[in-house]
Design a protein around this ligand. Sequence first.
Ligand code: MG
Length: 161
Amino acid sequence: MANISEKLNEAFNIQIREELESGYIYLGMAAWFEERSLGNLATWFDKQAAEEFAHAMKLKSHILERGGSVHYQALAEQKQDWNSIMEIVEATLEHEQHITKKIIELYELAQDLKEYSSYPLLLWFIEEQVEEEDNASSLIDKLKGYKNDFNFDHHIERVEE
Ligand code: MG
């Protein structure tokens, strides 16, 4: 029996699409880097994409654990033509800020609906977004240090958390 409200269930399904689309955006960025033989950045963004898919799966499990139903919505084609590394890393930060806004809206909806059982998951996502925004900001800061140079790639390493 469903104990999650229809309204929150629907909002979670929308967030699943947001996470999958985030992954889709980062796959496109990774391919852009790989095409230019910027292997470390390509790996960084491929791993970022994998994280986004894991976020979608976390939401899926939560919906099902609460007796709801999962509906995978159609994904939109994402921007894949970029002019510079800086453009990509700035778009990354901007996108993560957008996702943070979406997560906060979800948390506010859960509060309005008194869906206490979803608070811990949403608080996890809120904390995760602090890290996501920080990661993107760090990329921008590092890139500024390398004057938007392709050598930047040699200084990128992604360590598994
Ligand atoms: Mg995410």
